[in-house]
Design a protein around this ligand. Sequence first.
Ligand code: COA
Length: 373
Amino acid sequence: MKYAQIAGWGMYVPSTVITNDAFVRMGLDTSEDWITSRTGIEQRFLVGLDEATSDMAVKAGLHALSMAEMHGREIDLVIVATCTPDHVMPSTAAIVQNRLGADGAGALDINAACAGFVYALNMATGQIESGRATNVLVIGADELSIYLNWKDRNTCILFGDGAGAVILKASDEPGIMSSTMGSDGSGAGLLTIPGGGSRFRTNGNGRKPANSYLTMNGPQVFRWATQMMTSAAERVIASSSLKPEEIDLFIPHQANLRIIEATAKRLGLDPEKVFANVDRYGNTSAASIPIAICEALDQGLIHVGDNIVLTSFGAGLSWAAVAVRWTAPVPERRSPWVPFRQSLETRVAAVRSVLRRQQRRVGTVIDERLRRD
Ligand code: COA
């Protein structure tokens, strides 16, 4: 029996910081105090006009690869959890796979909105446990800011952009101890971006176009999230044969500090065992949990042998949880050669990608000539 262990991790957030007072200056009917007291959020990072989800995902993926001391070509599968892909097709994962030089890897996106990363972790674990993959790169990356209505005070204050990644590798020891996933599509309308898909078409072919803004019923999502995060966490704690007091760190989806605190209270966890960084990032959707993992590691809150519970919820409605035994030592410092080597590798991957495109073009021309002759 093979198990999946986290062997590397990395994160990336864009450089533009938006603090709560910016919303007041924008003329939104809100206040810094309202946002901080009702959500716990003090700032968030937003992408610029030319930064796509794959750009953030590649940067997080590179960090994760360097932590795991792996090359892109050692990866068997790239999964990108995102609800804000670069394109409807191809998948964002395919773009990431190419840019990381992960030549031997399959690639696919998963959309379970904010729960996507934990869903993806679950899928990756299944691939490793079944022996179909040895090393899987799992990335959560989202830029929900591009779908926000900046005049809607109920939603625009909540979200930020970012990406986080982990490398899962096969091992004889667990790792990922247990997991659960769930969905309740009866709540699909509670948190949605209606346009851009096949129900409402944006190019005028047939049905009327719909808006592509994120809309949400905040209070209903709030109530449901607290219940589901609690029950999902309880399920993975029980199926890992752990007692709640054996949990060393609880890392919930970072959407609202009040949801995090209410969930922790229901689980009976000490506040110091509950990780929160929603104050600095807002809700980064699928990136929230891997970013939190990276920060918890940076702050020395995770040690080898620790039991960690990850829980998330999001549009769908969907939810997922995972219990992890932490196994990877945190390196004191990275080799100075790693960034140099990685920059060389991504350049080589870019050149290879151009050469392949040229090769396909030349192949097509030759085929056509041969057909004509
Ligand atoms: N500034 C000032 N007032 C605001 C506001 C803002 N940014 N946003 C909403 N309000 C107002 C509402 O309009 C409402 O006014 P009214 O009473 O005159 O109608 C009042 O504040 C209370 O609104 P309500 O929605 O009941 O507040 P709340 O305590 O539930 O907080 C959320 C609102 C959105 C912060 C909260 O419901 C929440 O976080 N829900 C979960 C959302 C979430 O996590 N989504 C992502 C899931 S992955």
